[in-house]
Ligand binder design. Structure first.
Ligand code: GDP
Ligand code: MN
Length: 382
C-alpha cells in the first residue's frame, strides 16, 4: 500500500526523521488555516499517489493568505496523471541550498536491502539515473547486519554530499533504514532530501510503500487503508466489506467467486461491452451482501445495466434468488438487471424469481446470453 506524502511524513516522524511543520487541508479555507499555523512562506502541495507533482503544477510556494487561496483553489481538483487532487498538504517553506536523493528498497535478486543516495536529487532524479548513474551511490545491506552509523557515514562520503550536510545526513539515513525495516516498508524514499541555507538536513518529500504482508503486526495501518483508494466506489465497497475494483465501462458486474467474476468481465468484453467493475460477493450471497453489492454498483453513475452472474456450488441458487428479491425491496436500483443463475438448486431459484421478472429484471439461461442482454440494455456494443 502506497502512502500519501503527508502520511509518509507522519510515518517518518515516528522514527525521528525531520520534516517541515504542516497540516492537511481539504478546502481552500482549511489551507489558509494550515498556512497561518505553519507560518509564511508556505508550500501548498497536492496529495496524490503519483510522482512528478511539482512539474504538473501541484507544488506551489505562497507568501500570504491570498496566494494560498489562489494556489489551493487551482490545485484542488487538478488532474495529475489521472489522479484528481482532493487533499492538500500545507507546510512551512524551506530555504533550499541543496537537493539530495535517498531511498531504501529490497533487491530481491541480491537478497539484500538496497540503499540509493545521490547529491543530485530533486525533480530530475530519473534523468540523473539514466544519464549519470555514477552520481547515485548504491549500497547493499545485509538484513542480518543492518546499517550502523559508520556504514552510513562511509555511504554519505561516497555519495559526495556537501561537507556540512554529512553528519546530519548519516544520522538521518540510519533512522530512515530503521523506518524501512521496523516500519515494514517496501520502499522508503526521500526526494528531495535537502540541506537548507541554515545548514539543516531534512526530508522535503516522502514516498512510502508499506509491505501489505506485514499488516497483521501493524493495527495502526488501518487509518491508511481507509484513505488508500481515491475511487469513491472502491471506498464505498470497502466500507461494506466487498471485494470490488472500479473499472471504466457501463455494465455493472456482480458474481460469486473471483474466477467467475473475471470470466464475466471477459464475456462482457467478448460481446462488445465493457465492465464498470469487478465485484466478487464470495461464497455466501445473502440478501445483506446482495443489497450491499447493488448499492455500490447503483451509486456508480456510469453504470447502465447490471449483470448478476451466480453459479451455485456450496452457495445455493435459491438462497441467492431470495437475496436478490429482498435486496431489490431495500435498494432502489436505477439500471436494469440481468440475472444468470445456474448450479445447485437453480430451478428453485428461478421459481422464486419468476413473479418478480419484468423489463427491469431479466433472467437469461446462459452466461453469454446474459452478457449480450446486459450489453444491449447498457446501450449496445461499443
Ligand atoms: P514531486 O514533484 O511530486 O516529487 O514533489 P516534491 O515534494 O518533491 O516537490 C517538488 C519540488 O518542489 C522540490 O524538488 C523542490 O524543488 C520544490 N519544493 C518543495 N517544497 C519546497 C520548499 O519548501 N521550498 C522550496 N524553495 N521549494 C520547494
Ligand atoms: Mn519529490
Amino acid at each position: 500500500m502506497d502512502l500519501f506524502e503527508y502520511q509518509g511524513k507522519q510515518y517518518f516522524a515516528r522514527f525521528g526523521i525531520p520534516t517541515s511543520a504542516g497540516g492537511v487541508a481539504d478546502t481552500v479555507d482549511e489551507a489558509v488555516d494550515q498556512a497561518e499555523r505553519a507560518g509564511y512562506p508556505v508550500v501548498v502541495k497536492a496529495q496524490v499517489k503519483v510522482g512528478g507533482r511539482g512539474k504538473a503544477g501541484g507544488v506551489k510556494l505562497a507568501t500570504d493568505a491570498a496566494e494560498v487561496r489562489t494556489h489551493a483553489g487551482n490545485i484542488l481538483g487538478l488532474d495529475i496523471k489521472g489522479h484528481v487532487v482532493k487533499r492538500l498538504w500545507v507546510e512551512h517553506a524551506s530555504d533550499i541550498a541543496r537537493e539530495y536523493y535517498a531511498s531504501f528498497t529490497l533487491d530481491r535478486a541480491a537478497k539484500k536491502h538496497l540503499g540509493m543516495l545521490s547529491a543530485k536529487g530533486g525533480v530530475d532524479i530519473e534523468e540523473v539515473a539514466a544519464t549519470d548513474p555514477d552520481a547515485i551511490a548504491m549500497i547493499h545491506i545485509d538484513p542480518t547486519e543492518g546499517l550502523d552509523a559508520a556504514g552510513a557515514r562511509r555511504w554519505v562520503d561516497a555519495a559526495g554530499l556537501d561537507e556540512e550536510a554529512r553528519d546530519q545526513a548519516a544520522a538521518l539515513l540510519v533512522d530512515l533504514y530503521r523506518c524501512y525495516v521496523e516500519g515494514d516498508c517496501d520502499l522508503a524514499e526521500i526526494n528531495p532530501l535537502i540541506l537548507t541555507t541554515e545548514g539543516r538536513v531534512h526530508a522535503l518529500d516522502a514516498k512510502v510503500t508499506l509491505d501489505d504482508n506485514a499488516s497483521f503486526r501493524h493495527p495502526e495501518w488501518e487509518e491508511y487503508a481507509a484513505t488508500d483508494t481515491e475511487d469513491v466506489r472502491e471506498a464505498r465497497a470497502r466500507e461494506r466489506g466487498l471485494n470490488y475494483i472500479g473499472l471504466e465501462g457501463s455494465v455493472g458486474i456482480i458474481a460469486n467467486g473471483a474466477g467467475l467474476a473475471m470470466s464475466t468481465l471477459d464475456v462482457v468484453n467478448q460481446v462488445g461491452g465493457s465492465a464498470a467493475n469487478f465485484l466478487d460477493i464470495g461464497g455466501g450471497a445473502s440478501a445483506d451482501v446482495m443489497a450491499a453489492a447493488l448499492e455500490v454498483i447503483n451509486s456508480d453513475p456510469s453504470v447502465r445495466a447490471i449483470f448478476v452472474n451466480i453459479f451455485g456450488g456450496i452457495t445455493r441458487v435459491d438462497e441467492v434468488a431470495k437475496g436478490v428479491v429482498e435486496a431489490l425491496g431495500r435498494v432502489d436500483i436505477a439500471s436494469p438487471i440481468v440475472l444468470r443463475l445456474d448450479g445447485t438448486n437453480a430451478e428453485a431459484g428461478r421459481e422464486i424469481l419468476a413473479p418478480h421478472l419484468s423489463d427491469r429484471l431479466v433472467a437469461e439461461p446462459t452466461m453469454v446470453a446474459a452478457a449480450r442482454r446486459a450489453v444491449e440494455l447498457a446501450g449496445g456494443p461499443r
